[in-house]
Ligand binder design. Structure first.
Ligand code: NAI
Length: 286
């Protein structure tokens, strides 16, 4: 019987979430996604109009099917959390049931259970500011959208995850090494995400036999990365300095995700897995 995956953080065909969806679909999984509310309309209409058809092609020639797209805003856990200005916002008012708890309830109603949970989302409103210039509000917003969002997703989805299920998130080496330009508390958010991966692996493993891992990915020209403003420099730096001097493709991260959530990785949990052409292993650039 095929597995079912819920992938949070897919809004176009350029990011890691899309590539992970494809690798999981190619391995036979059913794909269900959660798309950030403000990006939902354009994503769904682009899907419908065939704008992504070329990038939906799987290795066997068939097209990836996305069974259902749910609106999601992972900074809100339940309706009581949502402030009035967001409720009144036109883009949000046009959708419903997009808090984490409500999405988990809807997935349960529609499908009963899932096997795989993927967190491929991050947001830091002050990401272009150095940490020393980051406001408390911006820092906490980065942690809320990029770290606690994972705790919340796992918490609400675990009850509908089958035993033996598996979960992954995406992190970045700025959590442990200095990457100037990855600001606004985003480096702090990734450090929290990696530490939480260990604690969540313990709690979800002991209680529910669910594995929890994170992929520390190299630079990819996604929508989110372009917003940070230094992505081309990071790609060039990696090309020059990594042990493997090739551009990283999103599919390489997708394939690692497919491995990590498969029985092939049945003893791997609480791990940070680097998919970065080996750049993390370098001490100096040469
Ligand atoms: P992306 O733009 O494809 O994905 C980020 C997604 O997060 C977008 O779809 C956006 O709509 C969604 N999002 C933002 N706030 C949200 C919220 N409150 N609720 C729900 N969804 C929300 O970009 P990318 O780069 O593929 O990002 C995916 C993950 O990969 C992120 O965790 C990112 O930090 C990580 N990563 C990216 C690297 C890169 O170079 N692109 C390197 C290492 C890690």
């Amino acid at each position: 019987k095929g597995k079912r995956a819920f992938i949070a953080g897919v809004a176009d065909d350029n990011g890691y979430g899309w590539a992970i969806a494809k690798s999981l679909a190619a391995a036979g999984a059913e794909i269900v996604v959660g798309t950030w509310v403000p990006a939902l309309n354009i994503f769904e209409s682009s899907l419908r109009r065939g704008k992504f058809d070329e990038s939906r092609v799987l290795p066997n020639g068939s097209l990836m099917e996305i069974t259902k797209v749910y609106p999601l805003d992972a900074v809100f856990d339940n309706p009581e959390d949502v402030p009035e200005d967001i409720k009144a916002n036109k883009r949000y008012a046009g959708s419903s049931k997009w808090t984490v708890q409500e999405v988990a309830e809807s997935v349960k109603q529609d499908f009963g259970s899932i096997d795989i949970l993927v967190h491929s989302l991050a947001n830091g409103p002050e990401v272009t500011k150095p940490l020393l210039e980051t406001s408390r509000k911006g820092y906490l917003a980065a942690i809320s959208a990029s770290s606690y969002s994972y705790v919340s997703l796992l918490k609400h989805f675990i009850p509908i995850m089958n035993p033996g299920g598996s979960s992954i998130s995406l992190t970045y080496i700025a959590s442990e090494r200095i990457i100037p330009g990855y600001g606004g508390g985003m480096s702090s958010a990734k450090a929290a995400l990696e530490s939480d991966t260990k604690v969540l692996a313990f709690e979800a493993g002991r209680k529910h036999k669910i594995r929890v891992n994170t992929i520390s990915a190299g630079p990819l020209r996604s929508r989110a990365a372009k917003a940070i403003g230094f992505i081309d420099m990071m790609i060039d730096y990696s090309l020059e300095n990594a042990p493997l001097q090739k551009e990283l493709s999103a599919d390489e991260v997708g394939n690692t995700a497919a491995f990590l959530v498969s029985p092939l990785a049945s003893a791997i949990t609480g791990a940070v897995i680097y998919v970065d052409n080996g750049l993390n292993a370098m001490g100096v650039g040469v």
